[in-house]
Write a protein that binds this ligand. Structure first.
Ligand SMILES: NC(=O)C1=CN([C@@H]2O[C@H](COP(=O)(O)OP(=O)(O)OC[C@H]3O[C@@H](n4cnc5c(N)ncnc54)[C@H](OP(=O)(O)O)[C@@H]3O)[C@@H](O)[C@H]2O)C=CC1
Ligand SMILES: CC(=O)N[C@@H](CCC(=O)OP(=O)(O)O)C(=O)O
Length: 316
C-alpha cells in the first residue's frame, strides 16, 4: 500500500515521465499555474534511464506517465520496486484503463468517481474519444432509456495532435492525408474502456477519423428514438443529460440545440478543459444524434490529468 503522499505539505511534488511529449508538455504548462505544485524535471539526457527515473519517482508525491503503452507498463514495474517509496501514479496511456487495481480517472462519470480518484494510488487517465462517448451514453443506460444491449455506434473526428509527436510531424511535413477514417479493423484501443465504462453489455462499434487540423474533437452517437425504452423525445434525452451533469463544472449540456444548430465545428473548445454535450434531432423523424465536443489535449488528456492530480494530492 502506498502511503507516501504528503497531503499536508504546502507544496506537492510531481514528476512527468515523458514531459517533453505532446501530453507531457500540456500538463506541465497547466501545473505551472498551480503554486502548490512543484514539477520536478529529469535531466533530458537521462529521460530513458531507468535508474534516474526510479530516483525521480522516489523523490516525488505523484508521477504522471505520458509515455507509449509499453513504456508506461515498464514505468509501473519500476515504481513497484520502490515499495512504500513509490509515488501515486496517473497513467495517461491506454495500458491500465481497464486493469484491476486502477481507478478510471473520469471524475464526472458517476457519483462517487471523484472520491474514488481522491482515494486512489493508481489512476488511469481516460482516452480522449471515450471521454466523449462515455459522457453521452452512460447516463442514458443508467436512466434505463438505453438498454444495456443496445447496438451503439460511436463516430468521431480528432485533430492530428491526438496521434502524438509522430502524427504531428507527419501532418506538419505535409505527408499525411487531409482526412481519413481509421480503426476500420474495429479494434481501436479505446473500445475496451468505452465498452466497460459506458455500461453497455454489447460491444459498441467505434469509427474514429483524423483531419488536417491540430486539435479539437467531436464524438457522435446516432440513435433511432423508437428503438429506445419508452420512446423518449429529444427533450427527454437532453433532460437526462442535463440532470446527470448539473453539478459538473467542466461538463455542460447545450440545451435547445435541436432545430437551431445544424452544423458543429470541432475547434470551439480548444485551449479549454471543458466538455460540451448536444442532442440533435427531429420529433417527426424519431431520430437523434448525440454529440460531445472537447479539446483532445484538454479534457481529452492534460485537462483531465490535472483534474486528477488535484484530487489525488488533496488540492480540491
Ligand atoms: N496526444 C493525445 O491527444 C493523447 C495522448 N495520450 C496518451 O499519452 C501518452 C503520451 O502520448 P503523447 O504525448 O501524445 O506522445 P508523444 O509521442 O508526443 O510523447 C511521448 C513521450 O514519451 C517519451 N518516451 C517514449 N519512450 C520512452 C521511454 N521508454 N522512457 C521514457 N520516455 C519515453 C518520448 O520521448 P522521445 O520522443 O524522446 O522518444 C516523448 O517525450 C500515450 O500513451 C498516448 O496514447 C492520451 C490522451 C490523449
Ligand atoms: C488521432 C489519433 O491518432 N488519436 C489517438 C488517440 C488519442 C488518445 O486519446 O490516446 P490514448 O489512448 O493514449 O488516450 C488514436 O486513435 O490512437
Amino acid at each position: 500500500m502506498v502511503t507516501k503522499v504528503s497531503q499536508k505539505a504546502k507544496t506537492a511534488t510531481v514528476f512527468i515521465d515523458g514531459e517533453a511529449g505532446t501530453t507531457g508538455l500540456e500538463i506541465r504548462e497547466r501545473l505551472a499555474a498551480i503554486r502548490s505544485v512543484n514539477v520536478k524535471s529529469i535531466d533530458p539526457g537521462l529521460r530513458k534511464d531507468k535508474a534516474a527515473r526510479a530516483d525521480m519517482m522516489r523523490d516525488v508525491d505523484l508521477t504522471v506517465l505520458c509515455l507509449p503503452d509499453d513504456a508506461a507498463r515498464e514505468a509501473v514495474a519500476l515504481a513497484d520496486t520502490l515499495g512504500a517509496d513509490a509515488p501515486k501514479i496517473i497513467d495517461a496511456s491506454t495500458a491500465h484503463r481497464i486493469a484491476p487495481g486502477w481507478v478510471y480517472g473520469f471524475a464526472e462519470m458517476a457519483p462517487g468517481q471523484a472520491d474514488a480518484i481522491r482515494g486512489a494510488t493508481r489512476v488511469a487517465n481516460p482516452g480522449c474519444y471515450p471521454t466523449g462517448g462515455i459522457a453521452l451514453i452512460r447516463p442514458l443506460v443508467e436512466a434505463g432509456i438505453m438498454p444495456a444491449d443496445y447496438p451503439v455506434t460511436v463516430n468521431a473526428v480528432s485533430g492530428y495532435s491526438g496521434g502524438g509527436r509522430s502524427m504531428i510531424e507527419a501532418y506538419e511535413a505535409g505527408s499525411a492525408p487531409s482526412f481519413e477514417l481509421y480503426g476500420l479493423g474495429l479494434e481501436h484501443k479505446h473500445v475496451p474502456e468505452l465498452h466497460k465504462y459506458s455500461g453497455l453489455v454489447r460491444r459498441p462499434i467505434f469509427v474514429p477519423s483524423v483531419g488536417n487540423y491540430h486539435k479539437g474533437m467531436l464524438v457522435s452517437v446516432p440513435l433511432h428514438l423508437d428503438t429506445l425504452t419508452g420512446n423518449p423525445s429529444v427533450a427527454d434525452i437532453e433532460a437526462v443529460l442535463a440532470n446527470y451533469y448539473k453539478t459538473a463544472e467542466l461538463v455542460s449540456v447545450v440545451t435547445g440545440s435541436a432545430g437551431k444548430i445544424a452544423r458543429l465545428e470541432t475547434e470551439a473548445l480548444n485551449d479549454t478543459d471543458r466538455l460540451e454535450l448536444f442532442v440533435f434531432g427531429k420529433p417527426e423523424l424519431k431520430q437523434a444524434v448525440l454529440v460531445a465536443r472537447l479539446d483532445n489535449l484538454g479534457k481529452g488528456a492534460a485537462g483531465a490529468a490535472v483534474q486528477n492530480i488535484k484530487l489525488m494530492l488533496g488540492l480540491n
